[in-house]
Design a protein around this ligand. Structure first.
Ligand code: NAD
Ligand code: 6OH
Length: 496
């Protein structure tokens, strides 16, 4: 990991961001503004790809499957993906600057998590693809000569990658990298809120010599726009999507007529379970991070905190005090939290702050909008908030809010804790804090989620399965799981 570095200027200041289609940067048709959530200013404009441009991108991707890309060996593809990682690192400050301009997130986070993980994604999947083995089944035949069955892995075809705005570069590259090492071609659509790091990635792809049409980038919105045109395109073979569960449903409907393969990483309403035998300071620091990281805008963030009763009052008081100490500010101000992604998202989160009060909750910290007395008042800042006293049936306890807020409640027994944590339509992640090893495993195992952390949160090994159950997703990515989704296994049976 690199240390935070001073930001270079935003690379697209005052410009229009192009799409990349068939190796050509395209500025055409409609555009929309890229707005800073720090102060509401427009930083650039963005080309919106219409259905015709999306079609050109898909056709370019199809053609590229049959071009030089399709003839490269896995070693050659992986070597090229390592060059992508190197080039991201060479242009590190520009990527950081692009990411913090679009999101307002802290320089520290963008330079230690978002951008390094983007480069790491390309390296990790290059390593994994090179190490992948094939199955072989030797079989007997009546004539005694036998046969060999072995698996070859082919690309699935043209992959649509649709990414959200919260960890824009991390999540886009998390899918683009495995799709490409497996030999597919990609049409990527970043969120309309965060086009800039993807636009730099398009430049990097060109700079390192990725053949035309292998990586295409289309900007635009979801419904009735670029996203919908892409996911309903008949020549797109597979869709890798990260975003809201409701958007996942809409994409499923668009994909149904042409029966596309789907990998979905969706929303969460994640619980933290803190037992009285936990290391108090570690659980406190870890929970503060799991609730407020990225201003609460990580799918894995904790929105429900359950604490064993003997520790409850002390823990909640300390958590509320720590939340009140968190410093809000722009990316380069040494703040703990940046703004939310947009005013529209802040309106949504604030509606839950109001609802929490109406539903009978007591605000232990935050609950409103900070005042700075400067241009940041035109941004999308919001106070880190802790609520107690809501019934489990409250909408604020059941619905994903995706902001810097959690509800805290006590529990008395392990069984009750497990039941409360699992009483949700989501199933992405959980954090269990305890010093009892048997309980740690037992409780983590009982969580109805794709990922459970014990005594930590968001500690990632890229070889492990990543995804959710229930409303939180379909399938798993990570390690061999991504390689499996982005490949078509084919059996060859050789009669000897
Ligand atoms: P979103 O669903 O609003 O948008 C995600 C992407 O989908 C954007 O690029 C958007 O333009 C596009 N889109 C929207 N409607 C579409 C449609 N009908 N057809 C095609 N594309 C469409 O999500 P968001 O607000 O950008 O991100 C926040 C959400 O993402 C939260 O719910 C969060 O939990 C979830 N998320 C999940 C994970 C995970 O790994 N499970 C990771 C990050 C974020
Ligand atoms: C959701 O906001 C975070 C997702 C994280 C990953 O997909 C990852 O690979 O770490």
């Amino acid at each position: 990991m690199r240390n935070p570095t001073p930001a270079v200027p935003y690379p697209f200041a005052g410009q229009q961001l192009p799409c990349l289609v068939g190796g050509e940067f395209i500025l055409q048709g409609r555009s929309f503004p890229n707005v800073s959530p720090v102060n509401g200013r427009t930083t650039a404009t963005v080309t919106e790809a219409d259905a015709a441009l999306v079609d050109r991108a898909v056709q370019a991707a199809r053609a590229a499957l049959r071009g030089p890309w399709g003839r490269l060996t896995v070693q050659e593809r992986c070597a090229l993906m390592r060059k992508v990682a190197e080039r991201i690192e060479q242009r590190f400050d520009e990527f950081v600057s692009a990411e913090i301009t679009d999101t307002g997130k802290t320089l520290a986070q963008a330079s230690t998590l978002d951008i390094p993980r983007g480069a790491a994604n390309f390296r990790a999947y290059a390593d994994l693809a090179l190490a992948r083995a094939s199955e072989c089944f030797e079989m007997g035949t009546p004539d005694g000569r036998g046969a060999l069955n072995y698996t070859v892995h082919k690309p699935v075809g043209v992959v649509a990658v649709i990414a959200p705005w919260n960890l824009p570069f991390l999540l886009l590259t998390w899918k683009v990298a495995p799709a490409l090492v497996c030999g597919n071609t990609v049409v990527a659509k970043p969120s309309e809120e965060t086009p800039s790091s993807a636009a730099l990635l398009a430049q990097v792809m060109q700079e390192v010599g990725v053949p035309a049409g292998v990586f295409n980038l289309v900007h635009g919105f979801g419904p009735d726009s670029t996203g919908e045109a892409l996911v309903s395109h008949p020549d797109v073979t597979a869709i890798a999507f990260t975003g809201e569960s409701a958007t996942g449903s809409a994409i499923m409907r668009s994909a149904a007529p042409t029966v596309k393969a789907l990998s979905f990483e969706l929303g969460g309403k994640n619980a933290a379970l803190i037992f009285a035998d936990a290391d108090f300071e570690a659980a406190l620091a870890g929970t503060l991070r799991s609730v407020f990281a990225n201003c609460g805008q990580v799918c894995l963030c904790t929105e429900r905190v359950y604490v064993e009763r003997p520790m409850f009052e002390r823990f909640v008081a300390a958590l509320a005090a720590a939340a009140q100490q968190l410093k809000l500010g722009g990316p380069c101000e040494g703040a703990d939290l940046g703004p939310l992604i947009s005013r529209a998202h802040r309106d949504k989160v604030l509606s839950y702050y109001r609802l929490a009060r109406e539903e009978g909750g007591e605000m232990l910290a935050g609950g409103g909008v900070p005042r700075f007395g400067d241009e940041r008042d035109a941004g999308a800042f919001i106070e880190p908030t802790i609520v107690r006293g809501l019934p489990e049936s409250a909408r604020c306890v059941r619905e994903e809010i995706f902001g810097p807020i959690c509800h805290v409640a006590p529990f008395d027994t392990e069984e009750q804790a497990v039941r409360l944590a699992n009483d949700t339509r989501y199933g992405l992640a959980a954090a269990v804090w305890t010093s009892n090893l048997q309980r740690a495993h037992r409780v983590a195992r009982a969580m109805e989620v794709g990922i459970a952390w014990v005594n930590d949160w968001f500690l990632r090994d890229l070889r492990t399965p990543f995804g959710g159950v229930k409303l939180s997703g379909i399938g798993r990515e990570g390690g061999a799981h991504s390689l499996a989704f982005f490949s078509e296994p084919m059996n060859i049976c050789v009669k000897l």
